[in-house]
Design a protein around this ligand. Sequence first.
Ligand SMILES: Nc1ncnc2c1ncn2[C@@H]1O[C@H](COP(=O)(O)OP(=O)(O)OP(=O)(O)O)[C@@H](O)[C@H]1O
Ligand SMILES: [Mg+2]
Length: 245
Amino acid sequence: MPFFTSSAPAPAALDLAPGAPLLSLRDVEKSYPVGGSTHYVLRRISLDVKAGDFLTIMGPSGAGKSTLLAILGLLDHDWRGGFTFAGQPIHALPPKARTSFGRRHVGFVFQQYHLLDDLTVAENLDVPLEYRGVPKSERQALVADALDRFGIVGKKDLFPRQLSGGQQQLVGIARAVIARPALLLADEPTGNLHSGQAREIMGLFQELNRQGTTIVQVTHSEENARAGSRIVTLKDGWMTEGAEG
Ligand SMILES: Nc1ncnc2c1ncn2[C@@H]1O[C@H](COP(=O)(O)OP(=O)(O)OP(=O)(O)O)[C@@H](O)[C@H]1O
Ligand SMILES: [Mg+2]
């Protein structure tokens, strides 16, 4: 049975044919001032992701994976270099425009969940639908559908602090996919789930990918990596393997 019923909204229109350039990074760098010197976290990253790709980023802890994902998700504006997203030169857009573009087209599963503490589970799931301009009458049905699919109906009126880590992770995944984004970015999306649940989530990602969602996931799991079609490796901020699209 498909994960989503036909009532789900169509993927956000970017009008990109499969294989068209979606993300293109050119010599992207990020650094922090530490003491009197500069600590580089990303070094001259050039990466091409095409519409319909399912890319996995791997690499040791501290390599810069979450940092790179935050840039791709238009959540971090403090970097240098060139970044084109579906033909939009992101490096030339003001931060506000970047944020609204990201809200429309990107779903993000955060490594630390980042659910909104003062909203219930159901309200958290409603947020991306509201950003996408889905009418209220349709939003309720979509939230109910997602709660059901992720097996968290009984948790809908609870607040994030009342959930286990794994349950928060599931809500974070549901929130990222509920509005059918053109690009799904997932940072260790199954780190707190047991292996059966992890396989189900990878199955969901593959299904979304077949339906046209481009996916970039970060994982330490070889098994999760096998769900995707391509792997790039980061080490000490350098992309060491697989940057070619
Ligand atoms: N505010 C900051 N100031 C200085 N360095 C920072 C800051 N934030 C992050 N870093 C550094 O950036 C580097 C990359 O961090 P990042 O979170 O991207 O790693 P990661 O590859 O996602 O690791 P993990 O697998 O543990 O999640 C780390 O060395 C970290 O210490
Ligand atoms: Mg990380």
